[in-house]
Design a protein around this ligand. Structure first.
Ligand code: ADP
Length: 585
């Protein structure tokens, strides 16, 4: 796993948070410790203060009038003096509450790391960095004023969050019958009509059956109705994956904050650094070359001649219109683009390609293919359909057909990184990067017999974005096919880098994209759901963003390797010093 790699340790060390950050990010206040509301407490202490002052002054006047020594005090006067001091101290705090809070919540001195030795460069780059979205810590850029805080929407507010307890007698009976095998676990949702209760009961039954605890796997905080019949069967909880933000990524003149769901230290920071280099160089250009999902059934005949007859029929341009009318009738969005056949003896593999709007499109293309197969049975009654998918599609397997022909969205993305940025942000040189790319991504991968693997770690970025945005993570296999090219340009001063990715399979409707968390990540990118203007525009834009983020990831990791920082950074950010043997119970 050539993953994680680095972000220059030096830049991380140079982090200098402005004093605003801790206060704005941390909602805790000194006043939170008060037992009453702040207004009420203020009123009580103000009244107390003025009452005791009035009381003590009148006692003082009385003592002068009766010539009583001042040091002779009654019990009520002692109480009044104590109350005076208490309320006085409180009022001092009232007028200087911010001062108190700054004492309480001053950031640890560790955060205020010493100046970077290259501060001059940092200042220069920060000035040039016109990015508008708050940057991650690895960027050390100036923070713009934050917009008014949006209300925090917690999972509890999104759906019914009543914790489920499986302690009723009825539940206990159901658990026992699941354990005994009399009630099938898969039938719980339909039997109970309550997906969360079904998950809780299944989970309890599973723990009893296996004798293993699932205590670390959360049950509450998830909408089990939203996955029913679509995303996951027989749920017993959900896995939490942190989502980090890389960016802003400037692609085709627009800025994107790229959500990345990962547990791999360094990955987000490294991609973030690549985004910075791209931004400082004026942004990347990402071009969509092709957009078509494929499905290839396998059909068999009695002879190779009959298989060849069908191949010729399907590839004859005169028959295309008839076939597309048949193909297109099951969807408003699936439109047949082409058919490509491959013969293996008596067997024919028919690769249909179609546009799929904003859906990734596997269901859509499969329905269209089924229409055509049914239609063909009339003229080719001897055709035996072996399977709707004959692996010539090719889905979720490394395959040259995708690398050469493309599948889903084919995208090329490029940027010219200024020599200054290569030196100051990426901490390397144009020459070293070009040489490393040639020897590693091109020659090294050729030596390894790579298939679409002419890159440093495209799959890292693709997988993280796919998980965050509800794509099918298994399609990372072909979606990560990528060739990274680097060349010195402008008399060797600057670096031209591009990534060419022929098979980015993404959608913004269907599958996991409609789930609350994933849909929030799509929303962040501005590509949530179906495009209202042009069907397919959202999915296509998502593909260009994926390619842009891969470009950023390639730039940063390659630079880390060129600068020899890889291992150092990996040890620092991807090796936890925590004692993992002390897992939570
Ligand atoms: P997939 O084909 O990727 O497996 P689904 O079949 O789950 O996706 O989802 C696609 C569904 O969304 C179809 O029923 C389709 O009619 C509907 N849909 C709505 N708007 C769009 C759109 N703009 N593009 C594609 N599909 C859309």
């Amino acid at each position: 796993m050539e993953a994680s790699r680095l972000y220059s340790t030096k830049r991380v060390q140079s982090l200098k948070p402005t004093k605003k950050i801790p206060l704005e990010e941390d909602p805790t206040k000194a006043s939170d410790a008060l037992p009453l509301s702040l207004h009420l407490t203020n009123a009580v202490f103000f009244t107390l203060f003025f009452s005791v002052v009035y009381f003590l002054l009148s006692r003082w006047r009385e003592k002068i009038r009766t010539s009583t020594p001042l040091h002779v005090v009654t019990f009520s006067e002692i109480i009044a003096i104590l109350a005076f001091f208490a309320s006085f101290i409180y009022l001092l705090g009232f007028f200087g509450l911010d001062f108190v809070q700054s004492l309480v919540f001053r950031p640890s001195p560790d955060v205020w790391i010493a100046e970077d030795e290259e501060e001059e460069n940092e200042v220069l780059l920060a000035k040039e960095d016109a990015r508008k979205v708050p940057c991650g810590q690895a960027l050390d850029c100036l923070l713009p004023p934050l917009p008014p805080a949006a209300p925090i929407v917690t999972a509890q507010k999104v759906f019914d969050e009543k914790p489920v307890t499986v302690t009723t007698e009825e539940d206990e009976e159901i658990i026992k019958s699941v354990v005994a095998g009399t009630t099938p676990s898969y039938s719980l949702e339909s039997k109970l009509g309550d997906c969360k209760r079904a998950a809780a009961i299944r989970r309890e039954a599973l723990q009893r059956l296996t004798g293993k605890s699932l205590s670390g796997l959360p049950l509450d905080g998830f909408d089990y109705e939203s996955i029913l019949g679509q995303c996951c069967e027989m749920p017993v909880g959900y896995v939490q994956i942190p989502v980090g933000i890389a960016g802003p990524l400037l692609v085709n003149g627009r800025e994107y904050s790229v959500p990345m769901a990962t547990t791999e230290g360094c990955l987000v920071a490294s991609t973030n650094r690549g985004c910075k280099a791209i931004h400082l160089s004026g942004g990347a250009t990402s071009v969509l070359l092709k957009d078509g999902m494929t499905r290839a059934p396998c059909v068999r005949f009695g002879t190779a001649k009959r298989a060849a007859d069908l191949k010729l029929y399907l590839e004859d341009p005169d028959n295309f219109e008839t076939l597309s009318v048949v193909f297109n009738r099951s969807s408003r969005f699936g439109r047949l683009q082409g058919i490509k056949c491959a013969i293996a003896g008596k067997n024919l593999y028919i690769r249909f390609t179609c546009s799929t709007g904003d859906a990734m499109g596997m269901n859509m293309v499969s329905k269209g293919v089924q229409n055509v197969l049914d239609f063909l049975q009339t003229d080719f009654p001897d055709m035996d359909v072996i399977g709707i998918s004959g692996n010539y599609c090719s889905d979720k397997k490394p395959a040259a057909v995708n690398w050469i022909e493309g599948r889903g969205k084919s995208v090329v993305c490029e940027v010219i990184i200024k020599g200054d940025v290569v030196r100051k942000v990426l901490k390397t040189s144009v020459e070293s990067l070009v040489e490393l790319n040639m020897l590693k991504n091109l020659t090294g991968s050729a030596m390894a017999g790579a298939l679409g693997g002419f890159n440093a770690h495209a799959s890292n970025i693709v997988a993280a974005i796919y998980i965050a945005t509800g794509q099918d993570p298994a399609q990372n296999v072909e979606s990560s096919h990528c060739i990274t090219m680097m060349e010195a340009v402008n008399e060797g001063k600057d670096l031209h880098i591009s990534v060419t990715m022929p098979s980015i399979e993404v959608g913004t409707v269907g599958g996991g994209t409609q789930l609350a968390s994933q849909s929030a990540c799509l929303n962040l990118l501005g590509v949530k759901g179906a495009s209202k203007e042009t069907p397919g525009a959202n999915a296509r834009m998502l593909a260009t963003i994926v390619a842009g983020a891969v470009l950023a990831g390639e730039l940063s990791l390659m630079s880390a390797i060129a600068a020899g920082q890889l291992v150092k950074s990996h040890m620092k950010y991807n090796r936890s010093s925590k004692d993992v043997s002390k897992g939570s119970s």
